[in-house]
Design a protein around this ligand. Structure first.
Ligand SMILES: Cc1ncc(C[n+]2csc(CCOP(=O)(O)OP(=O)(O)O)c2C)c(N)n1
Length: 366
């Protein structure tokens, strides 16, 4: 076989996504994806998913009570997010979209800070350098460029970090990820493109998003290997991501991972999903719930009991209570702060805008 052809074939994703855990918790050995997690880590993955779901629900409730302007739930995507973030080292960087609460909690990003952005009380949500976790990106796919550039800079500095960027199935149609992947492929940037294929981009289903056989097949066009995993399987997602991350770290270049999952909630709290998907579809998706699956696995291995359940439930409740206390009626801050961290040397036009807002606030018109 011509070597170009065999090289190209090596970039193609497997026919079936990597899957290690059945919904009833049965675990399938896969020599290519060995489980290098001890008992404490297995419990930790479960705990992180439970806490994520609890805080996610609290955020939806807060939005319903008028405390958040909007919120984008990650319900159903906990395994994809928690496992992929967990597969990184703490020195690695994460570049999230607006839906990555689960990844943020792996990095101990304060959920109160994160949700301030959705409340509109604070200009950003946290200090990225404290957690190696960039700010949430609302414009689709822009963070792919940031992650790629950041990874490239680290390589120039001989810093062995890897950056991982999250975007959705819809994001794969945008120009920014395309540019980022083109660049990363050519220059072998140590970046992992982690795509949560949650089946919808707002109301647009996957079959209207792309004519590619799978999203992971797109990677070959950039000279990047494409991988696929069952994104509701926390162990498969961890194993696939871990390999891709270590491959990138060792200088072999970027990777593209398509994690197959399902967005159980609305796109955001402003969306009405009953207009584009059926209850039957939702019921079917609920059978693949990532949290129940991991609980079944832990139970089968005698790693789960009432004491653990109570401990995790209590922790999840406590975190949700802290979030509620921190967000409820949180003061809105000084609108003039909007201008504080934009430029080191502000432009004249920018200064003009600052003065305009100050005058409006003074006049009581704003
Ligand atoms: C550049 C840009 N275009 C359009 C939008 C409006 N928008 C917000 S979310 C979204 C769909 C994104 O879907 P996907 O990438 O699959 O991610 P998901 O929301 O499902 O996680 C769109 C089009 C935006 N935020 N930014």
């Amino acid at each position: 076989m011509n070597s170009n052809v065999s090289e190209a074939i090596a970039l193609l994703p497997p026919n079936e996504p990597v899957h290690l855990l059945d919904p009833d918790g049965t675990y399938h050995e896969d020599p290519e994806h060995p489980l290098d997690l001890d008992e404490a880590q297995l419990r930790e993955l479960y705990r992180l998913m439970v806490v994520t779901r609890k805080v996610d629900r609290e955020a939806i409730n807060l939005q319903r009570q008028g405390q958040l302007g909007v919120y984008a739930s990650c319900m159903g995507q906990e395994a994809a997010q928690v496992a992929s973030a967990y597969a990184l080292k703490t020195e690695d960087w994460i570049f999230p979209s607006y839906r990555e609460l689960g990844a943020a909690l792996v990095r101990n990003v304060d959920a109160v800070g994160l949700l301030q952005l959705y409340r509109g009380t604070w200009l950003s949500d946290h200090n990225p350098y404290e957690h190696n976790f960039a700010l949430m990106a609302i414009p689709i796919g822009t963070q792919a460029l940031h992650a790629t550039g950041f990874a490239m800079g680290a390589r120039f500095d001989d810093n062995p970090l890897v950056s991982m960027v999250y975007f959705g199935d819809g994001g794969t149609s945008e120009g920014d990820p395309h540019e980022a992947m083109t660049f990363a492929g050519v220059f072998k940037s140590p970046v992992v493109f982690f795509v949560q294929n949650n089946q919808y981009a707002i109301s647009v289903p996957l079959d209207r998003q792309t004519a590619a056989p799978t999203l992971a097949h797109k990677a070959i066009g950039y000279g990047i290997p494409g991988y696929r995993c069952d994104g509701n399987d926390v162990l498969a997602t961890y194993a696939v991501t871990r390999r891709a991350v270590e491959r990138a770290r060792s200088g072999e270049g970027p990777a593209f991972i398509e994690a197959l999952t399902y967005r159980m909630e609305a796109h955001t709290t402003s969306d009405d999903p009953t207009r584009y998907r059926t209850q039957e579809e939702l019921d079917e998706a609920a059978k693949t719930d990532p949290i129940a699956r991991m609980r079944n696995f832990l139970t089968q291995r005698d790693l789960y009991d009432d004491a653990l359940e109570n401990e995790i439930e209590q922790q999840a409740k406590d975190t949700a209570t802290t979030v509620r206390a921190g967000i409820y009626d949180a003061p809105h801050g000084d609108p003039m702060e909007l201008f504080d961290h934009v430029y080191v040397d502000p432009t004249g036009y920018f200064e003009g805008q600052r003065e305009l807002l100050a005058a409006e606030l003074e006049g009581g018109d704003a």
